[in-house]
Write a protein that binds this ligand. Structure first.
Ligand code: URA
Length: 267
């Protein structure tokens, strides 16, 4: 029973993934005698490994190159699947790319795949996705009316938040995806997607409620982006639903205005 209780506690703390086949006994590791000191003349010792300062920008640079080389969404998906510069790909189940209609003119961006998305290889199929579908259905939109994707295409282990570096490595792929889809409008769900696309450390509470024009590399025109609450946040704090509803109405009004405009000036 004690072992079961300890296991439950680990689950409550978010340790829901086994990353190694065999358990590691950390107590044994700390009490083991230190390895013998190698007595080698200083001139023969290996040079120090200076990893962070060199490796960090290189991974982002490699991501930029891989993303920029993709001329279609299929090529971008292929580039992501082959990219080995982000450790999240090692621990995630499946790569989660996108779902919906790339030609709809509306792109909806979340943060990271959850547990169910990781298993399905599709964004927004779990509880957050079900609420997202209900929210969008309330203004007459379904998965055919937008393309859903995430800033991070791999689920971080145990569902932890991604690091700044993981976000920086994944961002070039998202920006390239936006440029290839060329949506007129975007919805940014939650703080991570809002900060990734708008830059800086703007609080969602200050960013939401209005449209932001974003310049995306490779696009001639700016994209109008509307930050709003993430459905997962709304599941935890339903108080935010009132503001979310007003943001949904703002989105509906903008889409209606776009449609009227395109009826007057057909492309
Ligand atoms: N939350 C997200 O932001 N994206 C998903 O795909 C699922 C949950």
């Amino acid at each position: 029973m004690d072992a079961l209780a300890a296991l439950r506690l680990q689950l409550e703390w978010g340790a829901d993934e086994a990353l190694e086949d065999a358990p590691v006994d950390r107590y044994a590791a700390t009490t083991a005698p230190p390895p013998p000191v190698e007595l080698v003349p200083a001139t023969l010792t290996r040079p120090p490994i200076v990893v962070p300062l060199v490796a960090v920008p290189v991974a982002v640079e490699r991501a930029r190159e891989a993303a920029a080389g993709a001329m279609t969404r299929e090529a971008l998906l292929d580039a992501l699947a082959r990219f080995d510069g982000c450790a999240l790909a090692e621990t995630a189940g499946k790569l989660v790319f996108a779902d919906g209609n790339p030609g709809a003119g509306l792109m909806v961006v979340g943060d990271c795949p959850g547990d169910e998305e990781d298993r399905a290889g599709m964004p927004f199929v779990g509880p957050a996705g079900q609420l997202l579908d209900r929210m969008f259905a309330s203004i007459g939109l379904d998965r055919g009316s937008f393309l859903a994707t995430n800033v991070i295409p791999w689920r971080p282990p145990g569902g932890r938040p991604p690091t700044e570096m993981e976000i920086a490595i994944c961002l070039p792929f998202l920006l390239r995806h936006v440029a290839l889809v060329a949506p007129r409008r975007m919805v940014l769900l939650g703080t991570l997607a809002t900060r990734a696309m708008l830059g800086g450390t703007l609080a969602l509470s200050r960013a939401r409620g209005r449209w932001h024009a974003i310049a995306v590399p490779g696009m001639d025109v700016t994209v109008q982006a509307l930050p709003m609450a993430h459905p997962l946040g709304l599941l935890k704090a339903p108080r935010g639903k009132r503001e979310a509803w007003s943001d949904l109405l703002r989105l509906r009004q903008a889409l209606d205005a776009d449609r009227r405009e395109s009826e007057i000036t057909p492309t």
